[in-house]
Design a protein around this ligand. Sequence first.
Ligand code: NI
Length: 189
Amino acid sequence: MKSISEPHNKSNEQQHDDMSKFNILTYPDIFLSQPTQPLDNIDGKVQEMIDKMALTMYDAPGIGLAAIQVGWDKSVLIYDISPRDESRSLQVLINPKVITQEGEILSENEGCLSVPDFRADVKRAASITVEGHDRDGNPMKIDAEGILAIVLQHEIDHLNGTLFIERISSLKRQMYKRRVKKKLSAGSK
Ligand code: NI
């Protein structure tokens, strides 16, 4: 998920190819609409992938990233909702399951690193309880509300192959899809 405020333009030095980061897949990449598989073995390779995901998310910058967005079809998500002026606090959630969800809030101006240049309001559950594992395999249970509840729902949606544009009005969705189509056909000429 994107940060609430948009970053200023990046300088050229930051735009060079960097092997320490992933490219983020964007709509309409069909990979993004595929459900992910549970991760059943947390090994060193997985730790490397998570570290690389974190660099990718912080660089974007975003406040959440699901493995599927970088082409890894496992049930892994990361997030960090700590304010910009505070130190980073990377959170990793493996094989998350939503146990309960209650109420409704409007997630205003939601954005996604895989849906560039678009934001929309999305109805989300006001509070959720999620169970999963941390990056060391320890069981976790998170009771979330507010921005954390929104981020978790957004990223868990990714793991189920759902983008936030599937949760907005069809009119707005069609508008966005038309825009992307136009852009893609202009680029292929
Ligand atoms: Ni997203």
